[in-house]
Design a protein. Structure first.
Length: 380
């Protein structure tokens, strides 16, 4: 937990807007994940926050990585290269999964020499992989219920479970090797039954594949979706982990490798944004503050991630309901229409905690305002 006095000091030293990454918290989040899901190897989903320093810290504590584009692949590859010597030839795919079910042919060609592990969910992709990345191993992405997730992720990707084994056999027929299944229950899933249902669906597909003569499945990737504790309504991670462990133990023998792709859970609570008040007006009886970061920048999650961030002031005092807007000229650039803030003056600092996931990663340069500067604390 970064103290207010530290935020103030950092803002003074570096200016604002400032995106503060706490590496101690990253390590704590990873440790919590491993403590409660000891059987599961965590592949950090780089799209949640692709800062190389974050990749490095998570790698150092033992994480693997889920990438979905060549730039993400390169960020990870560059930062974990140094372990090449101490590992086998195919070291890299214990450390990376390319988890985008749709891959451009150029991407497949670039990946092929690395003998990648990639996901797929349709017949056209089998043809493409056969032609452009014949050395890839495959995981079939299946469609699973996303009920109650903050961000739905099953309308775009995922084979219907009823077609799964046909798709596995088709890949085998094409001379490719299907190693297992993957799914995503939806991001910020607070309905833990999604995981229970998805693991059960996957177990049924393993069984059907076996009955139809396909005996080479050895991995299950339970995806991301593990919720960050944004508010008190989110049940503790250990409660979810207990349900997941029970299903895995019941349905998947020890020799099946279990992977997960946590993004938000590992980074959300590790970052804090500090911004300053650059304008102030009373409109229709409501106090409005304009700050130097907004939805085109670190608060992009307000739009893309359906996320609400609480804003607080460094200054104390009696609060009232205010609107907070970003610096661009677009009315969409509204951080919040109802924040409890004390009376603030120009240059006063505000901050938002738990803003590490899907925030800085989707910052733009819209209207000429650049993304927030990044500062790292508690790096080793
Ligand atoms: C976005 C994504 C993740 C990460 O999801 P979180 O909800 O942030 O944990 C994992 N896997 C895939 C395939 C994704 O697209």
């Amino acid at each position: 937990m970064i103290r207010k006095s530290t935020l103030k000091k950092l803002a003074k030293e570096h200016g604002t807007p400032l995106f503060v990454v706490d590496h101690e918290q990253l390590r704590r989040n990873y440790a919590e994940f491993k403590k409660y899901l000891p059987r599961v190897q965590a592949y950090y989903a780089v799209k949640a926050n692709a800062l190389p320093e974050i990749v490095k810290t998570l790698f150092d504590v033992g994480a693997s990585f889920d990438v979905a584009s060549m730039p993400e692949f390169r960020i990870v590859h560059e930062n974990i290269k140094h372990m090449r010597d101490r590992d086998r030839q195919d070291w890299i795919w214990d450390k990376i999964i390319y988890a985008n079910p749709i891959k451009a042919t150029e991407t497949l060609e670039e990946l092929d020499p690395y003998k990648p592990l990639v996901t797929y969910d349709n017949y056209e992709e089998i043809k493409k992989i056969k032609k452009h990345a014949p050395h890839a191993g495959l995981a079939l992405r299946i469609k699973v219920p996303n009920t109650g997730a903050m961000v739905e992720l099953s309308s775009k990707f995922g084979a219907p479970p009823g077609e799964a084994v046909d798709l596995i056999l088709a890949a085998e027929e094409a001379g490719l090797m299907v190693e297992g299944l993957s799914f995503h229950v939806g991001s910020q899933t607070t309905n833990f039954e999604n995981y229970v249902q998805a693991i059960n669906l996957a177990a049924n597909i393993f069984k059907e594949a076996d009955e139809r003569g396909y005996k080479r499945m050895f991995l299950l990737d339970i995806g991301g979706g593990f919720p960050a504790p944004y508010d008190a309504n989110v049940q503790p991670f250990r409660v979810l982990a207990k349900k997941i462990n029970a299903e895995l133990t019941r349905l998947f023998p020890r020799e099946i490798q279990i992977l997960a792709e946590p993004g938000r859970f590992l980074v959300a609570t590790a970052c804090t944004l500090v911004a300053k008040v650059i304008g102030k007006a009373d409109r229709d009886g409501k106090r409005c503050y304009y700050i130097n970061d907004g939805v085109y920048h670190t608060f992009s999650g307000v739009i893309f991630d359906h996320c609400k961030y609480r804003l607080k002031a460094l200054k104390e005092g009696p609060t009232r309901i205010c609107a907070v807007f970003g610096p661009t000229c677009d009315a969409l650039d509204t951080v919040s229409l109802a924040e409890e803030l004390p009376d603030l003056d120009l240059d006063d600092l505000v901050y938002s905690k738990n803003i590490g996931a899907y925030s800085h990663a989707s910052s733009t340069y819209f209207n000429g305002f650049p993304p927030a500067q990044v500062v790292h604390v508690n790096q080793t």
